[in-house]
Design a protein around this ligand. Structure first.
Ligand SMILES: *Cc1c(COP(=O)(O)O)cnc(C)c1O
Length: 417
């Protein structure tokens, strides 16, 4: 376990989190390199003996240090913007292992991806195919493309993170896929590399993932009969993790289920997990500013807020909250809502938790490695938190805390007349 109590104090690997909270201040995110590497290796171990590539989904946590840890292990990357491509390259990632997903790629982003030499552009519409063909022609290149196909399978997850239903904006419609492949095959500046799909995030059961794989295999067979061969089959990400006491399927269950559904197909298998690699590899540290007992609720007002971690406000998400120092058995406990300083009633991090807090104590919001810092904002002119990566007994500052003056660096007051 990357985060565990040792001698009564919560540690990341061999480093006491309270030391980090005092040294770097709060709120701050702390990641464990060993936890990231361990989760990545679970995927590659399950895929061993099979032509495969695990493309970490950068949007889950795009800190350069996180990308660098994975690049050093040989990971590929799944990106959704030109900004993410720049990050992957800056972190030492190999562009030839990059898959570019997303419904709205701009011309400049497509050009940058072709110039960098990405593995595949995952196309999501007919107009995008035409745009990519035209840009590739202007650059004198053949663009490597796959279609992200929407298999119309219910991932059985929160509606905001479900992407594989026909009413979702993602992917090309199932009945259209074959026609689009035939059209792509006839375009001079297009090279078909594969097929992609991604039905949603935080799937707790592997059954929808396996069902989508079966649908994709049936399409690959039809394409083969039409004389269109593929190099790879990209099954997406979306594997769930345990935030609370959910019974989440293991990585092995997802991978084995998919490999069974692929049967004897020889194409390279791509997976693009994000949350499953970093979700449980990070925590958000915060300090108790005030205890505010009330008639209906007791509030614990902390120095982290919805601008730092929006998942509770956005998805009603549950994050475990642990004190950095283990509570003695006789301590008086109370039930608290943990809330931040932002001026919104949706600014809460956890509700109805049994804790024994004192003013000034530190808390860890657990499972905050994915869709956490990347979704942070400066709302209420709050500087964004610092990020720290622990590796063994060492702690590295991997993003410094923003400053109040830094927040308006790019702003200008006009010369009023
Ligand atoms: C977001 C995304 C992923 C990663 O999803 P997780 O739930 O974090 O595993 C994978 N593939 C695509 C195309 C995505 O958009």
């Amino acid at each position: 376990m990357a985060f565990a109590y040792r001698g009564g104090t919560l540690c990341a690997e061999q480093v006491a989190l309270e030391d980090l909270a005092r040294r770097f201040g709060t709120p701050c995110y702390v990641y464990s390199r060993a936890a990231i590497e361990g989760a990545y290796r679970e995927f590659t171990d399950e895929l061993s003996g099979r032509a495969s590539l695990v493309c970490y989904s950068v949007k889950a946590n795009s800190n350069l240090a996180v990308l660098s840890v994975l690049a050093r292990l040989g990971a590929g990357f799944d990106i959704v913007s030109g900004g993410e491509l720049a990050r992957v390259i800056a972190a030492g990632g190999d562009p030839a292992k990059v898959v570019f997903s997303g419904v709205g790629k701009a011309e400049a982003e497509i050009r940058a991806a072709l110039q960098a030499g990405v593995l595949s552009l995952n196309l999501e519409s007919e107009q995008e195919l035409e745009r990519v063909n035209a840009i590739a022609a202007a650059l004198g290149k053949r663009a490597p493309v796959a279609f992200r196909v929407n298999p119309d399978v219910d991932a059985k997850t929160h509606p905001y993170i479900s992407t594989g239903l026909k009413q979702n904006k993602f992917g090309v419609a199932w009945p259209e896929a074959e026609r689009l492949y035939r059209k792509a095959a006839a375009l001079p500046n297009i090279r078909i590399t594969g097929v992609g799909c991604h039905i949603g995030s935080l799937m707790l059961d592997s059954a929808p993932f396996v069902a989508a794989t079966r649908r994709i295999v049936s399409l690959v067979e039809r394409l083969e009969q039409a004389g269109i061969a593929l190099d790879h089959i990209d099954l997406g990400g979306g594997m769930g993790i345990r935030y609370h006491d959910e019974a989440s399927a293991t990585i092995a269950a997802f991978v084995h289920g998919a490999l069974d559904a692929l049967g004897r197909r020889k194409e390279t298998v791509l997976l693009d997990p994000g949350r499953a690699i970093v979700g449980n590899a990070g925590v958000l540290l915060t300090r108790v500013e005030y205890l505010k007992p009330g008639e209906a609720k007791n509030f614990l007002i902390v120095d982290a807020a919805m601008n730092d971690l929006i998942r509770p406000a956005l998805y009603d998400a549950w994050h475990e909250v642990r004190p950095l120092r283990e509570v003695e058995s006789g301590a008086a406990r109370g039930v608290y809502d943990i809330v931040g300083p932002v001026c919104e009633s949706s600014d809460w991090l956890a509700r109805d938790r049994l804790l024994a807090p004192r003013q000034g104590d530190f808390l860890a919001i657990m499972s905050a490695g994915a869709y956490a810092m990347v979704m942070s904002s400066n709302y209420n002119s709050r500087p964004r938190a610092a990020e720290i990566m622990v590796s063994g007994a060492r702690a590295h500052l991997v993003r410094r805390r923003e400053t109040p003056a830094g927040l308006f660096e790019g702003e200008q007051v006009p010369e009023w007349t």
